[in-house]
Design a protein around this ligand. Structure first.
Ligand code: 5CU
Length: 404
């Protein structure tokens, strides 16, 4: 019972030492480079900088051991009362590599992450659990062979501390609705591994205009829009009809999918090409997904929870309509389930996350504002009782990742 009250961070990144060394060997983004530290207090020492995002100013941003040193991760967890973290490599993963290099590096990084987790301390309050588990990597790069992808899933399944994979939105070059990925979804759905869908590219940078706004627009808007597009394309291509047991966890609370899901359903219902393609109304699929609770506000979490919780009202009881008979008109009224019930039902698919080591405070503080805000948000959701809050803080993750 005590284990149900653990705080579990499902959105926590690392650049494993092998990956960081690789980035140091590169001369174009993504890369890590050294430059003289401009701070007079640094006494002429050099500092390392990270350059990963498209259109990022060439000075990059500071990077240090918090990105690769496991002791730093554990210290961060201790400072914030986090019991367990499910660690994932940070973007851009292997996306930029040729297929041959990506396969080998994926295998090496998966082994490294298994060691990183398996040699971590056990949890004092539940010694059968480690403090660290992980999401592995697949060599999802342009021209990746199916053999290399399936081989890497097989490898991950032999590594007991890896409980899922982190995936960007590129697939093997044509996005996640690419029919070529069908065998990957099939094996992942059978395996129980959790797919953590995470953005990297944002959307067309021209939309951000010419004013200097730092990283705000690509991170606050571009990242969530990218995730929204990727998961919507998966839904539209029928991935969740064909693989209803696939576990997909969406970064940043699913981007704008919850807010746009009724509009999506209406656009589908009015589109002659798509209207009869899916087995369910688009809103049904929110109830098949998992959402991290990295939204920084209680109202947003409450809204996402409501949108997930009403999914059942849009589940088609006859999911295999005969030819020409789409789901339009099958759907129950969204008010079929009371608001309070929907909010509670939705909470079962939401999971606390921090995005560490990203979002550090601008000035040194004991606890990071980004983490405090996400914890306060969970605490402040109207209609979630202690049971739902505990579930979002950790109980849901223990179940999803098989850590009970
Ligand atoms: O601050 C950033 O750029 C990022 C990033 O690249 N990846 C991430 O997961 N969070 C923040």
């Amino acid at each position: 019972m005590a284990a149900q009250r653990l705080l579990v961070d499902v959105h926590s990144h690392v650049y494993l030492p092998r990956y960081a060394s690789f980035l140091r060997s590169r001369t174009s983004a993504p890369r890590i480079f050294s430059r003289p530290n401009p701070n007079p207090l640094a006494n002429g020492k050099s500092e390392e900088r990270l350059l990963i995002l498209d259109n990022e100013p060439s000075v990059g941003r500071p990077i240090g051991p918090q990105y690769w040193d496991r002791e730093e991760k554990l210290k961060f967890m201790d400072r914030h009362g986090i019991d367990i973290s499910i660690i994932s490599s940070a973007n851009p993963w292997l996306d930029f590599l040729p297929a041959s290099t990506a396969h080998e590096l994926a295998r090496e990084l998966n082994t490294d992450l298994e060691t990183y987790c398996s040699t971590a301390p056990s949890l004092a309050s539940a010694p059968s659990l480690k403090r660290l588990y992980g999401f592995g990597l697949l060599p999802l790069v342009t021209f990746a062979s199916m053999t290399s992808l399936l081989d890497t899933i097989d490898q991950i399944l032999t590594l007991p501390h890896l409980r899922g994979i982190i995936m960007g939105t590129k697939g093997v070059g044509r996005g996640l609705d690419d029919p070529a990925l069908e065998p990957v979804w099939h094996v992942l759905a059978q395996s129980g591994l959790v797919v953590f869908l995470h953005p990297h590219y944002g959307v067309d940078g021209q939309a951000w205009g010419e004013q200097e706004n730092g990283h705000v627009l690509p991170l606050a808007l571009g990242f969530p829009f990218e995730t929204t597009t990727a998961i919507t394309r998966m839904i539209l291509s029928g991935v969740f009809d064909r693989h209803p047991t696939l576990h997909v966890l969406l970064a940043h609370s699913g981007g704008t999918l919850p807010l746009l899901s009724s509009r999506l359903a209406s656009c589908i219902a009015h589109d002659p090409i798509v209207a009869s393609r899916l087995q369910h109304d688009a809103r049904h699929y929110l109830g098949k997904l998992y959402f991290d609770a990295v939204a920084y506000g209680a109202e947003e979490l409450g809204f996402v929870s409501d949108a997930i919780g009403r999914a059942g009202a849009f589940t088609n009881p006859n999911p295999n309509p005969s030819e020409g008979e789409g789901v339009v008109g099958h759907t129950a009224n969204s008010r079929g389930v009371g608001l309070e019930v929907r909010r509670i039902v939705g909470s079962a698919r939401m999971l606390f996350g921090t995005d560490h080591p990203f979002f550090p405070p601008l000035e040194e503080t004991e606890r990071w504002m980004s983490v405090v805000e996400n914890l306060d948000a969970i605490d402040g959701v109207d209609g979630w009782g202690q049971e739902e809050k505990d579930a979002v803080r950790g109980g849901n993750a223990l179940k999803l990742f098989g850590l009970s």
